[in-house]
Design a protein around this ligand. Structure first.
Ligand code: SAM
Length: 673
C-alpha cells in the first residue's frame, strides 16, 4: 500500500478487539499480560478460536487456564496437552440410531473430538490478535431467563447440551440392550455448557436435502458411517439421577492425586477411554465393565484400568482434570438422554437424532403436563366442576353408550372423537378451516386486548381479533366413566412414536413421526408453563434478544367482556415444556392443527392445546403447525423469523403478504415473543 507521499508503508495489523478486551479484563483483575498470553493461546487452540467459550462467565475459562498454568509451574509439572470438545465442529457427521435407539436403555457418553488443533505459536498479543478470528459457528440465542428475576425459570432448567460427536456413542446405545440404569453402569452423554452457553442454541449450517435423504436412509439402516474418527476419549462423571435429573457431581478434591489415588490407577466415577475403545460398540461397552474393581455405587462407570495404564497416569490425570475444569464452568452440569428426551415422562420414548453435526438440542426441563406459573389463575378445584360439566351417570366408555354424554355440551352434543380414537372428520375440517381461513370464521375483539395492554400507551393498537374457537371438552375425574373412555384422548398423552430430529431445511430441530399417522390422530399437546400474558411480556423484556416460545390460550376470551390480567393466559415452553416445542411452523398447509381441549377446568380461560394431524402423515415426515404468525406485522409479540417452510402458501413471501395483509392481521393462538 502506498502512503500519500507515494512511499510504501507497512500497515500494522488491525488489532482483534476480542483479544484486547480479554487482556483488559484480566488487567482489571490484576493479571499481567505475561500470564494471560500463554493461557489465552492455549484456550484459543483448545476452543478452535471460539470466543464464546472464552468470554463466557467473564472469562472464567481464561482465569482457570491462567491458574492452571500457575499451578503447573509451582509443581514443576510439564504441561499436558489439553483436549477439549470443540464446540460446533460442523464437519462431523453422525448418523444412525433411528427408532431402535429409543428402545434401548443405553444412555450417555461425552466424546471429545480428536481434530488436530493448529498450533498457535505466536504469543505476542498484537500478533495473536491477527490470528484470532471469531468462530465461524452460527450461534443463535433462543432462551430467555434472567435468573435474578423472580419470573425467570429456575436454574434446574438450564442445560443446553452439545451432543456427543460420535456416531459410535449412539451405536453403543443401539447395541447395548443390556444397559443398566444410570446409577450403575449406564453411560451418559455429558452436557458441559457454561451457564451462558446453556441458553444458546448452536445452529448448524443447513444440510442439503440430499444429505437428508442419505442420512435418513442410513438412519433406517442404523449404519455408522463415521468410522469412529471423531472420538478420542470419553468422560463420565459420577451421576446423581435423583428425580429424573441426571447431574454430574465433580470430584470433591481436584488435586491430581485424587484422580489416580489407587495403585492401579482407577478412580471412581470417572471413565476415560482413548479413541480405539469406541471403534467397536461392544468394545466400548465391554471396556466399561472390564475394570476389575467394578463400578462404584451411584457411579456411571469407573476408569478402565487397562486404558488408563495404556494412556499413562499422567495423561489420564491431565485429561480428567481438564474435563472437570471445564465442567466446573457450569454451576451444575446436566446430562441429556438421547434415547428419550422425555426422561420417562411420556408413555413412549422419544429419541433425538442429528445426522448433520454434533449439536445437541437446546436443553429444557421436560414436563408432560403444563405447570401453573406464579400469577396465572387456574382453578381446577372439583367444587368448580358442576353437574353440567361432568358426566355423573355414564360408565366405562361414554362413546359406547346409547345416551350422549353431557361432556359433549361444548361440541354441540357430538363427540369430537370417533370410536377409533381419532378426531371426528367434520369437527376436524371445521378446525382446519379456522386455522387456514380465520377471516371466514367468527372473531372476537376485546376492548382491552391483553396482548396490547402491556405495551406503551402510544404503541397500543386495537385488538386484532381472536377466533371464537371450537373447544373439545373431555371427560375427567369427576365423571363416572373410566380413564379409558373414548372421550379422554388428550389427557392420556402421547401414544405414537415420535422423534426430535435436526431438519434439513435450516429450521433447526423439528419433530417427526416414526409411524404412519391417519388424518385426525392426536399427536401431542403443547405443554409449558402457564403464565399470564403480562408475565410472558416481562420475560420477553428481560431476555436479551432471546424470546420465548409461547402459545396464547385465547380460545375462551370471547366468553368474557373483560379479561382480567390473571386470566389472560399463555403457555411458555421455553424452559419447561414437552416435545411440542420442537414443532416447526408451516404456513397454511401444515400437517397438524391446534385444537383447544378442556380437561380439568370448564372456566374456558385455561385450556390445553392439542395437536391433531390435519391429513395423513407418513412415517419420518416432519410434523408442522401453523404458528399463525403475521410476517408483516412487527407490532405484535411475534418475533419474526425468515420462514423456510417451503409451502407454496408461504406468507413470508412479499407478494403473498401484500395480498393478504388484512387476513394475516389475525393472530390466532400462538405468538412468539
Ligand atoms: C418452537 S421452535 C421450533 C423448534 C426449533 N426449530 C428448534 O430448533 O428448537 C420455533 C423456532 O424454530 C424456527 N422455525 C420454526 N419454523 C420455522 C420455519 N418455517 N422457517 C424457519 N425457521 C423456523 C424459528 O427459529 C422459530 O423461532
Amino acid at each position: 500500500m502506498t502512503s500519500p507521499s507515494g512511499r510504501l508503508s507497512i500497515m500494522a495489523p488491525k488489532p482483534n478487539p476480542k483479544v484486547a478486551k480479554a487482556f483488559r479484563a484480566m488487567k482489571d483483575l490484576g493479571i499481567s499480560e505475561d500470564m494471560v498470553k500463554p493461557a489465552l493461546k492455549n484456550l484459543l487452540k483448545l476452543y478452535d478460536k471460539n470466543w464464546e467459550h472464552i468470554e463466557a462467565e467473564n472469562y472464567r475459562a481464561l482465569i482457570d487456564a491462567i491458574f492452571e498454568i500457575e499451578d503447573e509451574e509451582v509443581h514443576h509439572q510439564p504441561e499436558q496437552p489439553l483436549k477439549r470438545p470443540r464446540p460446533g465442529n460442523q464437519d462431523q457427521d453422525f448418523s444412525l440410531v433411528e427408532e431402535n435407539i429409543a428402545t434401548t436403555s443405553a444412555t450417555f457418553l461425552h466424546f471429545a473430538n480428536t481434530n488436530s488443533d493448529t498450533a498457535l505459536n505466536n504469543t505476542d498479543p498484537q500478533q495473536l490478535q491477527d490470528t484470532m478470528e471469531p468462530s465461524k459457528l452460527a450461534v443463535s440465542n433462543s432462551n430467555p431467563s434472567d435468573e435474578s428475576e423472580s419470573d425467570s425459570p429456575p436454574s434446574c432448567l438450564r442445560p443446553r447440551g452439545r451432543r456427543p460427536t460420535s456416531s459410535k456413542a449412539l451405536a453403543i446405545a443401539e447395541a447395548s440392550e443390556a444397559h443398566q440404569p444410570c446409577d450403575t453402569n449406564e453411560t451418559l452423554y455429558l452436557s458441559q455448557m457454561s451457564l451462558k452457553d446453556q441458553h444458546k442454541e448452536l445452529v448448524p449450517s443447513h444440510p442439503s436435502e440430499e444429505d437428508n435423504t442419505l442420512s435418513e436412509r442410513l438412519s433406517q439402516g442404523a449404519q455408522d458411517i463415521s468410522n469412529g474418527k471423531d472420538t478420542e476419549e470419553e468422560f463420565i462423571g459420577k451421576c446423581d439421577s435423583a428425580n429424573g435429573v441426571h447431574r454430574v457431581i465433580p470430584p470433591e478434591n481436584e488435586t491430581s492425586t485424587s484422580f489416580h489415588n489407587s495403585a492401579n490407577g482407577i478412580t471412581d466415577g470417572v471413565l476415560l477411554l482413548p479413541e480405539d475403545a469406541a471403534l467397536s460398540t461392544h468394545g466400548l461397552y465391554t471396556s466399561i465393565h472390564d475394570n476389575e474393581s467394578g463400578p462404584a455405587d451411584n457411579s456411571i462407570g469407573t476408569v478402565n484400568r487397562k486404558k488408563v495404564l495404556e494412556m499413562g497416569a499422567e495423561k489420564s490425570v491431565s485429561v480428567i482434570k481438564n474435563k472437570w475444569n471445564q465442567a466446573r464452568t457450569s454451576e451444575t452440569t446436566y446430562l441429556l438422554d438421547a434415547t428419550d428426551i422425555t426422561k420417562g415422562e411420556e408413555n413412549v420414548r422419544i429419541s433425538i437424532i442429528n445426522h448433520y453435526n454434533d449439536v445437541f438440542p437446546p436443553s429444557f426441563c421436560y414436563i408432560n403436563e403444563s405447570l401453573v406459573g406464579r400469577k396465572a389463575q387456574v382453578n381446577v378445584s372439583l367444587a368448580q366442576i358442576g353437574k353440567e360439566d361432568c358426566c355423573s351417570t355414564c360408565a366405562r366408555d361414554c362413546l359406547s353408550l346409547k345416551d350422549i354424554c353431557i361432556c359433549t355440551r361444548s361440541t354441540g352434543g357430538r363427540y369430537a372423537y370417533t370410536t377409533d380414537g381419532i378426531l371426528n372428520e367434520e369437527f376436524l375440517e371445521e378446525c382446519i378451516s379456522m386455522t387456514r381461513n380465520p377471516q371466514k370464521h367468527s372473531q372476537f375483539f376485546c376492548e382491552d386486548c391483553p396482548l396490547q395492554v402491556r405495551k406503551d400507551k402510544d404503541a397500543r393498537e386495537p385488538c386484532k381479533g381472536h377466533l371464537v374457537r371450537k373447544i373439545i371438552k373431555e371427560c375427567w375425574r369427576k365423571c363416572q366413566c373410566s380413564k379409558h373412555c373414548g372421550n379422554r384422548l388428550v389427557q392420556r398423552g402421547i401414544s405414537h412414536k415420535l422423534q426430535v430430529f435436526m431438519t434439513s431445511g435450516g429450521k433447526g430441530w423439528g419433530l417427526r413421526t416414526l409411524v404412519d399417522l391417519p388424518k385426525g390422530t392426536f399427536v401431542c399437546e403443547y405443554v409449558g408453563e402457564i403464565l399470564t400474558v403480562s408475565e410472558l411480556y416481562l420475560r420477553n423484556q428481560s431476555c436479551l434478544g432471546n424470546c420465548a416460545d409461547a402459545v396464547v390460550l385465547d380460545a375462551g376470551w370471547a366468553s368474557s367482556k373483560e379479561i382480567k390480567e390473571d386470566k389472560a393466559l399463555c403457555l411458555d415452553a421455553t424452559v419447561y415444556g414437552n416435545v411440542a416445542r420442537f414443532i416447526n411452523h408451516r404456513c397454511a398447509d401444515a400437517n397438524l392443527v391446534a385444537i383447544p381441549v378442556e380437561v380439568e377446568t370448564p372456566d374456558h380461560f385455561y385450556h390445553r392445546v392439542a395437536f391433531f394431524t390435519s391429513k395423513k402423515v407418513g412415517a419420518l415426515e416432519e410434523l408442522t403447525r401453523d404458528y399463525g404468525i403475521n410476517f408483516n406485522d412487527c407490532d405484535h409479540f411475534t418475533r419474526p423469523f425468515s420462514c423456510r417452510c417451503g409451502s407454496t402458501f408461504c406468507r413470508n413471501m412479499k407478494h403473498y403478504n401484500r395480498k393478504r395483509t388484512k387476513e394475516n392481521a389475525l393472530l390466532p393462538f400462538d405468538f412468539k415473543i
